[in-house]
Design a protein around this ligand. Structure first.
Ligand code: 3PG
Length: 210
């Protein structure tokens, strides 16, 4: 696997509060057809969650999100993460993510950042926060001047918006947490998560605008 954006068209972005939930959650997403899972490093349980999913649900491709420091990148790789995602990037962070040997997605929200990354040979990027930073029209505007960049937009996307992103030539996949509503997670309603995952996995790109 040499690219994050080739793994799956929809990547669920998960905040795990209790590591005991990680395996049933990963299995619920997988049962719905979502085989890649980004576990964000925002909770004390995150690294253990990555570790247990990597060991107990090897059919799922588990990655780490919210990678903000070189230490995060190293710890996530040691826990068994198979890809890394960051909402932004610095040179130090980029070097550390690259140093793990894992595929990674640095986050961007401006054309200058895209140019800077392309100049460093990085073509795959997270566009974050997608809806707040300009959404579909923003990415559509980058396709002509910056055709080598491929994006995974994330942030504020839902089942209605995702097909419009997936229809863009420079979008390879979308990320989001819309298939993991807080009430289902709080109730540990894994069947409910599977149902929403199925819907997300079945999303097709929207028809092009005439
Ligand atoms: C994030 O890093 O929080 C992701 O972009 C998820 O965004 P969402 O919860 O708005 O889908």
């Amino acid at each position: 696997m040499d690219s994050v954006v080739g793994i799956a068209p929809v990547i669920p972005v998960v905040v795990v509060e209790d590591a005991d939930d990680a395996v049933p959650l990963a299995r619920a997403l997988l049962a719905g057809g979502l085989g890649a899972i980004e576990i964000t490093l925002r909770t004390p349980a995150a690294l253990e969650a990555i570790q247990v999913v990597a060991h107990e649900v090897p059919e799922a491709v588990v990655g780490a999100g919210t990678v903000l420091t070189p230490d995060h990148a190293a710890a996530a790789a040691a826990a068994g993460a198979r890809f890394l995602v960051s909402p932004g990037w610095t040179e130090r962070l980029l070097d550390a993510m690259c140093g793990t040997g894992l595929p990674y997605l640095p986050g961007v929200s401006t054309p200058s950042e895209v140019i800077d990354l392309l100049d460093r040979g990085v073509t795959d990027m997270k566009f974050f926060p997608a809806e707040a930073a300009g959404g579909v029209p923003f990415l559509r505007s980058l396709a002509s001047p910056l055709p080598r960049a491929r994006f995974c937009p994330t942030g504020g996307i839902d089942a209605a918006r995702a097909p419009h992103y997936l229809a863009l030539p420079n979008v390879a996949c979308v990320g989001g947490s819309w298939m993991l509503p807080k009430d289902l997670l709080a109730a540990r309603n894994w069947e409910g998560v599977t149902a929403l995952a199925k819907e997300a996995a079945g999303l097709a790109p929207a028809a092009p605008r005439s």
